[in-house]
Design a protein around this ligand. Structure first.
Ligand SMILES: Nc1nc2c(c(=O)[nH]1)N[C@H]1C(S)=C(S)[C@@H](COP(=O)(O)O)O[C@H]1N2
Ligand SMILES: [Mo]
Length: 224
């Protein structure tokens, strides 16, 4: 099979200062409160502040993925590698979910309405091999992150193309991003293109820069 040109234009520059600041916070253990809250009674995880708008956070590089160039691949330890164009992705069974998002830089936003494809439906198509335990995501801006496969196939995890009834904007990761609401939002890659199933864990961009490998907001797993 001929390799396609999968590069897309990007605007902006990697914000080294921001990356350095976030790394320094990890070193200093910033924002840790040590408060015990109960997700079945409480709604705002410890140390978080509620916002009404939706902040944009990324490395400062926003890829411009035109719909005809967008591809999504599920590969690695799978029996049936998946490779989808955007129309093929949109033709899969669609799910609507509402959830709260929690960013490690302290903001949380309630009641986000998403539409997209459930991660577990996509993974079922690829038929994971028995030894697959972890997922590594790669995005069009070069960003990577990782979660256990069991987290990715949880019911509330979506590959979202719409938010509040409108297509996801480019700055928030359109055409398609992962939404994994149980973990801090850095575990939800924008502009996702590759989902690789692995036997061994592979820490991603922030995970190798001092951020926690798991990232549970209720346990304040900000830094690792
Ligand atoms: N591809 C990509 N995905 C990413 C990031 C990024 O830099 N690149 N940043 C992460 C971080 S740190 C956060 S908090 C959320 C922010 O998503 P938002 O800009 O839609 O609020 O995206 C996550 N996903
Ligand atoms: Mo973040």
């Amino acid at each position: 099979m001929a390799e396609e040109d999968e590069t897309v234009p990007v605007t902006g520059r990697i914000r080294d200062k921001l990356v350095e600041t976030k790394q320094a916070w990890a070193r200093d253990g910033r924002l840790l409160t040590g408060t015990q809250l109960d997700p079945s009674r409480d709604r705002l995880p410890p140390g978080q502040t509620l916002v009404k708008d939706w902040p944009v956070l990324d490395l400062g590089v926003q890829p411009d993925v035109s719909p005809d160039k967008w591809r999504l691949r599920v590969e690695g330890l799978v029996q049936a590698p998946v490779r989808l164009t955007l129309p093929e992705f949109m033709a899969l069974p669609q799910t609507e979910l509402v959830n709260d998002i929690h960013c490690v830089t302290q903001w949380s936003r309630y009641n986000n309405h998403w539409q997209g494809v459930r991660a577990k439906d996509l993974i079922a198509m690829a038929r994971p091999k028995e030894e697959a335990r972890f997922v590594s995501f790669t995005s069009y801006d070069g960003y990577t992150t990782n979660v256990p496969l069991s987290e990715f196939v949880a019911d509330e995890v979506l590959l979202a193309h719409s938010w509040e009834g409108a297509p996801l904007t480019r700055q928030h990761g359109g055409p398609v991003r992962v939404v994994l609401p149980r973990l801090y939002f850095w575990k939800s890659p924008k502009w996702v293109t590759r989902i690789e199933l692995l036997r061994d864990d592979r820490p991603g961009f922030w995970e190798v820069r001092g951020y926690h490998n798991n990232g549970d907001p209720w346990a304040e797993e900000r830094y690792g």
